[in-house]
Structures are given as structure tokens and as C-alpha cells.
Design a protein around this ligand. Sequence first.
Ligand code: 3HC
Ligand code: NAI
Length: 705
Amino acid sequence: MSAVIEERRGRVALLRLNNPPVNGLGWPVREGLDAAVGRLSDDPDVDAIVLTGNGRMFCAGADIREFGTATPEHVRRLTPILDDLEGLDKPVVAAIHGVAAGGGMELALGCHYRVCGPKTKLGLPEVTLGILPGAGGTQRMPRVAGVSKALELIVSGRLISEKEAFEAGIVDELVEGDVEAVIDAAVAAAERLAAAGEPPRRSGQRTDRLHEAKDNPGLFDAFRESMAKRARGMNAPYACVRCVEAATRLDLAEGLAFERQEFEQLVNAVEAQSMRHAFFAEREVAKIPDVPKDTATRPIQTAGIVGCGTMGGGIAMVFANAGIPVMVVENDQAALDAGIAKIAKNYAATVSKGRLTQAAMDQRMGLITGTTDFLSLAATDMVVEAVFEDMAVKKELFAKLDGICKPGAILATNTSTLDVDEIATATKRPQDVIGTHFFSPANVMRLMENVRGAKTADDVIATVMGLSKTLGKVGVLVGVCHGFVGNRMLHQYLREAMFLVEEGALPQDIDRVMYDFGMPMGPFAMCDLAGNDVGWRVRQEQIRAQGGKPSNTRYSGTVADKICDLGRFGQKTGKGWFAYADGRTPQPDPEVEAIIVQTSKELGIARRAVSDDEILERCLYPLVNEGAKILDEGIALRASDIDVVWMHGYGFPRFRGGPMFWADTVGLKTIAATLQRFEKDQGPWMAPSPLLLKLAEEGKGFGDA
Ligand code: 3HC
Ligand code: NAI
């Protein structure tokens, strides 16, 4: 079937984009659109045109898979096609439903009038792909929505509701009902406009909304300043601003040429490649090769959470936020009351920031029921356990759940390190047991590591992967090992940061390098946020388990232990690796520096200048190396899954595509050779993994593994 289907509604031509699943503007669609515009402009039987999308949406923009490939000569770019469309003397009306994003939004802006249905998302998300709206979006959006609104939309890439779009003047008419109702309204609008006989209102010729910039010449500099933190390390957001700025001083043709130039600079750069990788990695992650897409899932209409501490409370909120009633169970009433009160406090804080209405909070709290009676879990579809990280406690609990829960209920553990298979042995239904490793704070962080046990049933995996999406999370399927994917790699990163401190760097040096690299914060600020006492207890436990003796490899906790001995547990105690005078902002502390210098002396290490390059390589190459081992062991299904874990669990910069993709851009040869040098200088833990060495020797990347 044709990529653009033409129908007639009286004297109105109706064009339906037809390129499932998202009506991406690939070559056939552009060809079809181009031909239709040419044909209809001269058709004496056509007074007006309505453009819509077949299927579930209007159009999600350019076909992202085509970037970086050569376009056949006879296929024109979208920009000149839209120029022709906008230039038509017959009114062109967009009938929008579902999604109008990127080139799809630009197509709608090229129309003379926009009608939009309910539950629609509109916007220009190109910046999230490391590019800019390259088919006139940077020129037409400010002319239609005003300069400030356009800047905010284009630089954030945010998709907005049809109501917000209407208020901004992006949409002219809102319609209730299904896509056919939207088309009917658009046809009526087209007939009305044709009958009025006035020249079409062309977005590209409008100037009324550009005055804002003339009245406030400092607008762009102020905007650049406001986005500096968010946009650090990236080019695309700044190019977006330059293009919108150009729209305020150039005419449409000149502005489009400027936009084109800026687009060309971005589209094949590493930043855009990384972000495209991130886009597809996030979609690939849902595909499990041995669990078919059509595997029947178990309905999850109710959930139970055992343990209402830091994680259990957050997880209960996650379910309630998704509209799923949740029963929270604690051992004793006092712990339950404290847990529920903490949930209420968290919601109230969101309400006070204006990000949630009181009514929504009440509705969500209404979905959460607390109890100390485990029998209340008898009818629930799924239980998530979030009790202490102790194998004996967890096994006892799973045996109890096995006796209480109905057949087919999914029994999930939020353990961050323990063996899911061993936990499953406490039940007579290991096929129903799975790990759901949420990240703290569970109601904020988007990652869920879903841990597949040796006996976990396919439909349990399919259900939990689907549930992740329902809960607004990104689920990544991982295998059983200590720390799974994320924390196992994190361990490498933190260890080297600690060693570097002993050798000559200071926490603020390391944090600055990692922050500039694009991480939301450096490793020391992160430890202070999570609480230094957590790792301290783990280290003490390990040493106890080793009979009081440290292991024979170099110990990385010497400074950290001293910091904890002083009660410097981090932000919550006002002091940690840094001081927090205002409770939130890390400031270097001379007391910590003195401890560090003294420790180096005690360890017999002559402190030296550590370069920024060394900090980056020491912290990140071992992390990547661990990722290679994880991949080799089959703990992660794909290198890109590891990237998703790090982007959503730890804030690894999206514009670098995640650690494994980033490693490919650095070159595995370079990483392997540097690790070999570190192995000689530091110790055997730095040895490159067999997979990393093999790929490096073959001149390949993780993307080829
Ligand atoms: N190009 C190619 N494939 C696309 C695509 C696009 N623009 N948008 C989505 N897809 C694919 C996905 O990869 C997925 O494929 P799969 O089933 O093989 O994994 C399939 O379409 C369905 O996508 P989702 O799973 O994401 O579907 P959702 O319903 O959850 O979301 C959406 C729909 C909101 C439209 C989301 O897909 C999305 O955000 N798409 C990208 C939108 C975008 O960034 N557009 C800008 C493109 S760049 C551009 O237009 C440049 C222009 O300025 C010149
Ligand atoms: P927490 O100590 O804050 O909460 C544990 C809660 O479980 C307490 O309220 C306790 O009263 C309750 N509890 C203990 N035994 C119980 C039992 N038998 N029955 C009912 N309730 C019981 O601990 P936290 O931090 O919430 O951790 C819970 C689990 O989540 C652990 O397995 C931990 O490893 C994991 N996890 C923790 C993360 C974190 O950042 N805190 C991140 C990801 C996972």
C-alpha cells in the first residue's frame, strides 16, 4: 500500500501518512507527500487539503534509522517539501491525533491550521537525539508559539499535551472523540477556510510573535545561562538556541539555510550517534530472545510490599502512582506507622512543590493500605519483598509467603546483592520467584533491574518486564550475580576513586572530572548522598567474614573508614567526604584533606599530581572492563542493556550513549592497552577481560559483540 493514501471528502483532499508503526517520514512517505502536494496544487476539483496519519498517531518525525545513510537523489528533503506545502494557495489543515513529534510537528507547523484530538503529545524532541529540528521547526515554532515558549520546547525536547499546545497557540482547535472525529473537524475547518477565500495563514511568514526578542535583547543570553548546567558537554542545545535566535533576525529562507547548516554539523557527530544509540537501546531492552513477544502475562491488579523502609515505601508509591492498589506489610505496628508516615511526607513534599495536587495525593494514599497481618497477602497478584539485606531473613519470609500467597502470585525480591536462586529455594514455586531491583529513591529513579533466576518462568519474566513499563520504569533483564549489573560495575568505579584519593587526588578533583564528563555528580558526592555508613557496614561485615583480616588485594576503604569513624555519614549528618553548610551543596573540607594526606603517609604512598585524564581513565575503564565480564558471562543480554542500566540507574550521560557505547567511541584498543598499563602499575584487578582483549584485537567494539 502507498505510503501516502489519498481520499476525497467532497472538494477536500484527505492525505493519510501510512508508514507503521509511527508514520516516520522515511523516503517513501516524503516521496508520496511531495508528489501529492504537486498534484493537488493544480487539481481544479480540490479546494483544500487535510493531512492526517493512519493508525495510532499523526507522525513521530523523521525515520531515525535513516540518519547516517545516503538518501536517493530523487527523494527531496522534508524542508523544501514543507516550503511547497506552506506555499500552496489552498488551505492545508493538519488533523492531529496520538503524537506529532519532531518532523511530524514540523509538518503540522507547515500546515495553515491545526486541529487536534484528545490525549495527544506534541513537540520537538530532536535535541534528545543530539540534533535540532531540521525541517523548519526552529524557524516556524517561534513564529507560532513565541520565542520563549519555542526556546523552552526545542531545548528541552519536552512533549506537551494538546491543551498546553492550544494555550501556546500551536494548535488552533481541540476536538473530543476518535481520529475520525478529528478528521471530520479538520475537513470542516478546511471547507470554512476555503470558502472564506482569504490567503492561507503561513507560519513561516508570521512576525507577530517574534517581537518578544526585540523587546528583550538579553533573552538568549539569559536562556543560555539558565541551561548551562543541564546542557554541559553537549552541542545540540546550544545549536537549537542559535537557530531560534536566527529566526528573530532572518527571514524564513535565510533562517532555514542557517538551520540546515547547524543541523549538518550535528547529525553525524558522536553526540548524535550516542543519543540515537540510547534511543534504540531503550527499546531493544524490552526484547528477550527466548521469551517471545506474545507470551501470555499474568494480570497484576493488586500488589503487596513487605518491609516499609527506605525502599519498600518508595516501591509502594510506585505502584500507587500507577493506580495499582498496594498492601504494605511490616512486622510491627511502630515500623508500619513510621513507613506510612514517610510515604505521606514524601507525597506532601511533592504537593508543596506544586508538582502534585492534594486530590491526587489523597487518591494515591487511598490506594496504599498498611497492615501487620501477613495473611492479607493471600489474594494479591504480586508481592515485592524489601526487608533487610540478610539471606536468613529473606528465606524465612519467602517460605512464609509460599504458604500464604495464592497459586500463580509473583514473588519478587528487591535484594541488591543476594542470590535470587537461593531465595527461591525457600519456596516450592521457584518458577514464580524473580528479582525486581529498584533504585533509590524508588519513586524517582527509572531503572528496574529484573533479575531472572535459573527457574523463573517465561511468563513471570514477561509480566515483570511489562509491569516495569506500566510503572513508568525502564526494566532491564539481568542474571544472578553479586551486585547484578549496575552495582557490580559501580564497585569498580568507587574503588578506583578511593585509590586515587590515597595516591594524590582530592575528592573535589575527582568529582569535578566526573561532573564535567556529564555525570549528575561525582562519586564522592554520590556516596555522601547515599550515606557512607552503608558501605562501611558492608566492609566491616566482609572483614569479619574473613576472620578480621583484610583481603590480600589492596584495601580501598582506609580513608572511607576514618571518615565514618568520625560519624561523617554524608548529607544526612551534614558532613561526609564534603561539608554541607546549607545541607545540600558539597564543599571541600580541610578536615577531610588532612585525613587523606595523613592516610597516604601511613600507607607509605608518596602523594603525586594526578591528571584529569588519569582520573577519567582510572574511574571509567575498570567499570567498562567489568561490563565486558558481565556481558561475557551472559548476566546482561546485550552491551546496550548495560548502557540502559547506567543511564537510568546512575545518570551516565545520555549524550555519551552509556559506558559500553562510550567505550566503543574511545576505542577498545586504547582501553585494553591502558588497562594493561594499569595492571602493571596498580595490580592484577586491572587486567583487561578476555572479551575486551578479543574485541580490541579484532578491531571491534561492544556493538559488534
Ligand atoms: N524513527 C524510526 N523508528 C521509530 C521512530 C522514528 N522517529 N519513533 C519510533 N520508532 C520505532 C521504535 O524504535 C519502535 O520500534 P520497535 O518496535 O522495532 O522497537 C516503534 O517505533 C514503536 O516506538 P515506541 O516503542 O517508542 O512506541 P511508543 O508508543 O512508546 O512511543 C513515540 C511513541 C512517543 C512516538 C516514541 O516512539 C518516540 O518518542 N519516537 C521518537 C520521536 C522523535 O524523537 N522524533 C524526532 C525524530 S528526528 C526528526 O524528526 C528530525 C527532523 O527534525 C528533521
Ligand atoms: P530499610 O532498613 O530501610 O527497610 C527494611 C524494612 O523492612 C524495615 O522497615 C523493617 O522493619 C522491615 N522488615 C525487616 N524484616 C521484616 C520482616 N521479616 N517482615 C516485615 N518487615 C520486615 O532497608 P532498605 O534500604 O529499604 O532495603 C530493603 C531492601 O532493598 C534490601 O534488600 C536492600 O538491599 C535493598 N535495596 C536497598 C537500596 C537502598 O538504596 N537502600 C537500593 C536497592 C535495593
